[in-house]
Each structure stands twice: as C-alpha cells, then as structure tokens.
Design a protein around this ligand. Sequence first.
Ligand code: OSB
Ligand code: MG
Length: 380
Amino acid sequence: MATANSLAAPVAIEAVELIRVELPLVAPFRTSFGTETRRDVLLVHVIAGGAEGWGECVAMQEPLYSSEYVDAAQRVITEHLLPRLLRQPVTAEQVAEILAPVKGHRMAKAALEAAWLDAELRSAGRSLAAHLGAVHDRVSSGVSVGIMPSIAQLLDTVDQYVAQGYARIKLKIEPGWDVEPVGAVRRRFGDDMLLQVDANTAYTLDDAPQLARLDEFGLLLIEQPLPEEQILAHAVLARQVRTPICLDESIVSAVVAEEAIEMQACSIVNIKPGRVGGYLESVRIHDVCRERGVPVWCGGMLETGVGRAANLALAALPGFTLPGDTSASDRYYKQDLTAPFVLDPDGTIAVPQGPGIGVDVHRDVVDALATSTQVVRPGE
Ligand code: OSB
Ligand code: MG
C-alpha cells in the first residue's frame, strides 16, 4: 500500500511569498456553476535556507464550486495559517496537524502543505512522485469539456480533443444539457470511447428518472449529480441508476470517503488535493479506496504547471486506475508558468521525475503575470 514516508529535518523558513497571477484561459469554460474565462491563481513560494518550494492554491475567484475562494484563501493564510506554521520549524508531514484547529479552508491549507513538501523534497533531492508512492512514469489523461452554446460546437470541440489523443472525454452537464449532448457525442464517436459526465451538484433526487436516461450511453461514471452535503441522497440515487456514481465535491477527507463508500453513495472517487486539504490526505483517500476496491482518478481545478506537476505525481499511484483531468497545458493556457505539459499521442502525460514537483517555475513569466505579491516572514 502506498504511504507517504517522512523526511529528515524541517526546513527553516526565511520568507513566504504569496503571489497572485492572472492567466487567461484559451477558451471560456462553462460548468453548471458558472463560466470561467481566466484564472486568478494564488501561488505560495517558500524560501528556506537555499531551498525553495512552490504550492498552487486551487480556490477559484468566486465561491461557486465550493465555499472557498481565492481572496478568502489568501486572507486565512496570512491571518490564521502562516502565524501557526511560522512559530517553529515544521516538517511538511506536520503541516496538516498544526493547521487542524482552523476548520475547513482545505484549499488554503493544501497550498501551504504543497509548498512545504516541495521545499523539503527539493533539498532532499527526492521527487514528489517517489515520495507519494508513484508506480508509473506516465499517466493516462482525459479532458473535461464545458457546456457549449450548441451540440455542433460540442462535437467540434470533442473531435479536436479526440484527435489529440485524450484517453477519455468528460462532458459537463446540467438540467437541459444532458441526454441530448451526451447521446450526440456517443453516436458520433462510438461505443469504445471512454465517456463520463460531471454535473457539479446541479440536480436533485427528483431528477433520478432523467439521470437514469443516461444509462443507455454506457458512461464510465456520473460525477457529483447532487449537492455536496447530500451523501445519503447519492446512495439512494445509486440504486435508481445503473451508471456508477462518482463523488467530487462531497469528498473532503479520507474519513468522509470511507463513510461515503460504506453508505454505497459512490463506487468511484475523484481525488483533488486542494479539495481534501493536501497531497498527504489525498494519499490516505487513495489508500482507503484501494483497500475497498474503489477506483480513483485525479481531478483538476484548471491548475497551472505548478499544481499540474504535483497532480501528475499523485495520479501515478497504483489506485489511480481511471484517466484523470490531468490535461496538457495547452488545453488551458497559451503560456504556462512552467515548461508546458504535453499530451503524447497515446493519451498519456509524463510524470515529472526531478526533485520536489520536478519542474522549474518560470519566475519571469510569474512576474510578468503577477497582479500582487505579499511577503510574510517569521516573527513579523
Ligand atoms: O468539477 O471537476 C470539476 C474545473 C474547475 C472546477 C471544478 C471542476 C473542473 C473541471 C476541469 O472539470 C478539470 C480540469 O481540467 O482541471
Ligand atoms: Mg467535478
């Protein structure tokens, strides 16, 4: 079973930079909760005795996917999280425990833990992939396709991704955009294409008959049809549809994952490190699911290369048996913050093998796109 090993000494932090970077998306991305046209990313950069570490906070501009949002994440980091972390030298392994008194704010905590992990691993000369327990050096990658103005535009978009080699297609759905577009894609691309849907909580249990109409399309899974808190309702729904239910928003920790599986609310789990409070909790969810024979896959939050590098390391663990939302850089951004991640024609992306997250952050690009920088030092 994959477990995160502890490293040696904690790195002594000199400064933590909180850098906000704005990147335009290559195309608008519409989900049941809103339309994204740009990403307002919070980067955490720790500087520690010759070493450095980077973490990406996946909180979005508005609290529409979950209750977190980027301004609040930065605020909780400066007011509540960093004061606790900077009191004494702390290992990455201890970050979650030290921050536990602060309730929630998992995306903010995850970004800090990621930066601490990266700094420690870079100074130890060890890759995040090896540290987390990766067993593959390439991972199978899918792509998440937004809600489109028309079926014709949807088919064109899917066609381009299929031509690039993506291993599976995920369609965003909502009431009024489900059976028709999914059926059109299935008919156009055939029964062999790996296809799944994501509702981002847009349905209610009363919609069970409509969701059961998706059964005929042989989908891999339906992701988070009902609200985040309604885990039991997902168990009820799971008995009314044949398509496997996968949870995203609902799974905020390993304990919740275990309970949801126990309740038979889901038979597949989407693991997003930001949503669950970090890469180390992600490994615990992976382990919980693997022990119970529940497949997992790595979700995405439109990350830049910083978060993407770390997600690829996680997705290389043995329980990640379904293609993830770990798409290539050019699916999101014209200019990434690292060397671009590229999809191979076989539908895989290489897992970075260098120390830490395994990629260099292009500081010149970060500085050119930065909208603000805040520096926090211990003892201030
Ligand atoms: O629900 O998986 C989701 C993007 C932003 C917020 C939530 C989700 C998504 C995606 C795209 O589906 C995932 C990605 O490609 O990064
Ligand atoms: Mg989702």
